[in-house]
Design a protein around this ligand. Structure first.
Ligand SMILES: C[S@@+](CC[C@H](N)C(=O)[O-])C[C@H]1O[C@@H](n2cnc3c(N)ncnc32)[C@H](O)[C@@H]1O
Length: 515
């Protein structure tokens, strides 16, 4: 039998405040800020980060969210620069809460919300998110596109994209195609075709120290930056080449290091010029958000003046993490940009080329059981993604001629003869049902549903069979009603996915004790 290697005991991690190394790690940035502001930066890096999230624009208003959290004893504040962004000073596990489970909010660090805002994708556009996992920004992009057009979501690591699938189902995203591979080689040699590209590049992550409560191993090693910079440069240069004239590329990192930021942008723009294209840097700013301009000189290197138009976000300015954002507009390309027809001629597929399920059966079932008519699915197509699953995709979606996963939003599965809605479908359409609505009557019942428990259903206006679970007008998922074998009374059984069920004794409505 193979011998188990004894685990080396880990040294206990010391709290950040006891580690004098923030100053040491960031000493090199003192000349950028001057001593007094640099000291503020270091102090900010030692404080824990507020919990932040954004509100699903189609499901809830910021006012409703504020009320909900205020009623639970929190002191939420709308971000001055983003009306759908909310910050909670008190640390709270948002992932357990009702608002998160019902797909009404998505947790994300405040500065991470900025790159999609700078990219500003529009409904119907062709958009690429080149380094996408775990996918908070992809979700923002998809919702900003109102579920229309095509969002190609790529990451080197397919495993890391699995988090995005869970987000996709919770928030009801229908316009994404997933790819895994080196971003710098995606659609290599392809003429420019994208309207917008986000390069949220792998970096030393110095700016996330507050979030993680520690720094990554990389920051402590001296030798990693050159390798990272080479990858960043390849990714950005490739993105610039793939974007059409008039299109936009946003380059962002969560590091303060000019070598991974301004220096990369400066060099990539030079490479685009050598390739026969050109681009201009656009000013990046938001009302209510304090930022610093990009640097033009660092460790003996000089960058072009327009690099000042980039935005640096320092943690002490807005009580956030650290970030860098550059917005680049493409002004010339050596090759003509391709429109939809040209892409189809080059082998891009349309959703109508994919295998449809028996749509008539699905529509009839949706209408007859739940009273949700076909017109509610306008703008979408159902595709058969496996023998037992069907997904919904935006009908405008284009699929590139490369290895992709067209998973779509999983909405139906078949068990036996009849189709059944998935939790993702319930979250998206369940509130539209006119029949088979199982209305939960208290927070305790919601917790029972999330814990996968049984609830008496007699006299609650539902019949035996599938139901949507409704609370305060929102659909939370699926359930099933059946007669109790002993008493014959109707019972409700939760079909909330086991993997994300709430542990017994926990509540999705945790309150802050105000006494
Ligand atoms: C800063 S993270 C992206 C975060 C993401 N945009 C989000 O909002 O959740 C950088 C990502 O780049 C990926 N990556 C690293 N090298 C890459 C490459 N050559 N091509 C594409 N992705 C790469 C990493 O796996 C990592 O997920």
């Amino acid at each position: 039998m193979a011998k188990r290697r004894a685990k080396r005991p880990r040294a206990p991690r010391r709290p950040l405040t006891e580690r004098p190394r923030v100053e040491e790690l960031f000493a090199r940035y003192q000349p950028l800020l001057g001593a007094p502001e640099w000291a503020e930066l270091c102090e900010a890096f030692k404080r824990p980060l507020p919990s932040t999230f954004w509100v699903h624009p189609a499901r809830l208003s910021s006012e409703e969210v504020m009320n909900r959290f205020q009623e639970s004893g929190f002191e939420p504040a709308v971000m001055p620069w983003l009306s759908s962004g909310v910050s909670l000073p008190t640390g709270v596990s948002l992932g357990r809460r009702f608002e998160y489970r019902a797909g009404l909010i998505h947790t994300q660090e405040a500065t991470s919300m900025l790159p999609p805002l700078a990219l500003d994708p529009q409904p119907g556009e062709l958009v690429l998110d080149l380094c996408a996992a775990p996918g908070g920004k992809s979700a923002q992009l998809s919702l900003m596109m109102q579920g229309r057009g095509t969002l190609i979501v790529n990451d080197l690591s397919f495993a890391r994209l699995s988090a995005l699938r869970a987000t996709q189902e919770r928030l009801g995203l229908t316009n994404m195609v997933l790819c895994a591979g080196e971003g710098e080689r995606l659609l290599e040699g392809h003429p420019p075709c994208f309207d917008k590209v986000l390069v949220d590049a792998p970096c030393s992550c110095e700016g996330t120290i507050r979030k993680k409560g520690k720094w990554s191993f990389a920051v402590e090693r001296g030798d990693f930056r050159a390798g990272l910079r080479a990858t960043q440069l390849k990714l950005l240069t490739h993105a610039l080449k793939l974007t059409k004239v008039g299109g936009r590329v946003v380059y962002s990192t969560c590091t303060l290091d000019p070598l991974e930021n301004e220096s990369v942008v400066h060099e990539a723009l030079k490479r685009l010029k050598a390739y026969g294209g050109s681009a201009s840097l656009q000013p990046v700013s938001w009302e209510g958000l304090q930022t610093a301009q990009g640097v033009t000189e660092w460790e003996g290197e000089r960058y072009d003046e327009p690099l000042q138009r980039c935005a640096r976000v320092y943690p002490h300015q807005n009580d956030t993490g650290g970030f860098f954002i550059a917005s680049i507009e493409i002004t010339a390309q050596p090759q003509e940009g391709l429109d939809r027809d040209a892409l189809i001629n080059r082998g891009w597929r349309q959703v109508s080329d994919l295998t449809p399920p028996e749509e008539e059966v699905l529509y009839a079932w949706s209408r007859d059981i739940f009273g949700i008519g076909e017109e509610r699915y306008a703008g979408l197509r159902f595709v058969q993604t496996s023998k037992r699953h069907a997904s919904a995709l935006c009908e405008e979606l284009l699929i590139p001629p490369t290895r992709v996963e067209v998973s779509g939003l999983p909405v139906f599965h078949t068990k036996g003869r009849l189709p059944h809605f998935t939790t993702a479908a319930a979250l998206k359409w369940g509130h539209l049902a006119t029949r088979q609505r199982f209305e939960l009557q208290s927070e305790q019942e919601v917790d029972l549903f999330y814990q996968g428990k049984l609830i008496p259903a007699e006299g609650r206006g539902v019949e035996r069979g599938d139901v949507f679970v409704i609370y305060e007008g929102r659909s939370l998922g699926c359930g099933f009603c059946f007669p109790d074998p002993e008493t014959g009374a109707l019972m409700f059984s939760s079909l909330y996915p086991k993997a994300i069920q709430l542990a017994e004794g926990r509540s999705a409505f945790e309150r802050v004790d105000l006494t």
